[in-house]
Design a protein around this ligand. Structure first.
Ligand code: AMP
Length: 288
């Protein structure tokens, strides 16, 4: 497995792979790999001849008070895990090569970035869309793999690809969880023992929403109220949002119908955690 730092060398390698007739899969990441990242790498490995994982803690998607400096980094461990997953190449650029000064060009996806994490993290999705557009140019892949753990991000990338005519298939992969349901995240490392236990309430609140929907509840505000009440039972967990939005434009819904994204974000100690599930109620039609 190669580790490439230069954007121009990376582009040359991918062009050569394409000239050889190989299909190219890209997995964009910020590193500190866990089973969620590895599931994306395995999916990419199965579906492509040449697999590139980008590993870049992207400064433009962090707010000034956020954890850019503290974000966990361990290239040696990541390289070993990626190699074991059958990755061909890690693209690990330097910040100054991705954002040479003066850097003036950004990509803004509107609409789907307004609510949820977009509301509490101004500029976050501008940074995400910008770095992903750059990665798509440096690594012109056939397919790019993203985790549904970051569901809003998946929607932002889908819009980016559609609206700016990127010739790339966006593959969304399911959320990988710990045994007790906590969604895997590089940021889970920030959790103290008690916080780690309390953090499972995010997943438990999503399960509650799923149960209520399965029992026929269709009033979104009743479901989110019950989720908030459950989350309030964990004093170490400070909810940021608990929302039901349509899985499309990500606008709040009153009724649960069609495809609905139930999404939560909360602070637990030093960590800001997110989780979600997509309720698929399409077979009920639009009725009532
Ligand atoms: P990150 O390194 O946190 O930016 O994540 C890189 C990619 O891995 C993103 O597409 C994430 O959505 C995905 N990812 C992160 N955590 C998980 C998880 N628990 N399950 C599935 N995918 C994940």
């Amino acid at each position: 497995m190669r580790i490439v730092t230069s954007p121009s060398e990376m582009l040359r390698m991918v062009k050569e792979a394409r000239l050889r007739g190989e299909s190219v899969g890209l997995v964009p990441t910020m590193g500190f790999f866990h089973a969620g990242h590895l599931s994306l790498m395995r999916a990419a490995r199965e579906e492509n001849d040449f697999v590139v994982v980008s590993l870049f803690v992207n400064p433009t998607q962090f707010g000034p008070q956020e954890d850019f400096r503290d974000y966990p980094r361990d290239l040696a461990r990541d390289a070993q895990k990626a190699a074991e997953a059958g990755v061909d190449c890690i693209f690990h650029p330097r910040v100054e090569d991705m954002y040479p000064q003066p850097y003036l060009t950004y990509v803004v996806v509107e609409g789907v970035t307004e609510g949820l994490c977009g509301a509490s993290r101004p500029g976050h999705f501008r940074g995400v869309a910008t770095v992903v557009a750059k990665l798509f140019h440096i690594i012109p892949a056939h397919r790019a793999y993203f985790g549904l753990k970051d569901a809003q991000q998946v929607m932002v990338i889908r819009r980016l690809v559609e609206d700016l005519n990127f010739d790339i298939e966006v593959v969304a992969c399911p959320t990988v969880r710990e045994e007790d349901g906590l969604a895997m995240s590089s940021r889970n490392i920030y959790l103290e023992e008690e916080e780690r236990r309390a953090a499972t309430v995010l997943y438990r609140s999503l399960c509650l929403a799923e149960d209520m929907a399965a029992r026929g509840e269709r009033d979104a505000s009743k479901v989110t109220a019950a989720m908030r009440e459950l989350m309030a039972s964990e004093p170490l967990v400070e909810p940021e949002y608990v929302e039901a939005v349509d899985w499309g434009m990500l606008k709040p819904v009153k009724r649960l119908q069609g495809e609905v994204l139930i999404a939560v974000a909360a602070r637990v100690g030093k960590a800001r955690l997110i989780d979600n599930l997509i309720l698929d109620l399409r077979d009920e039609g639009g009725g009532r």
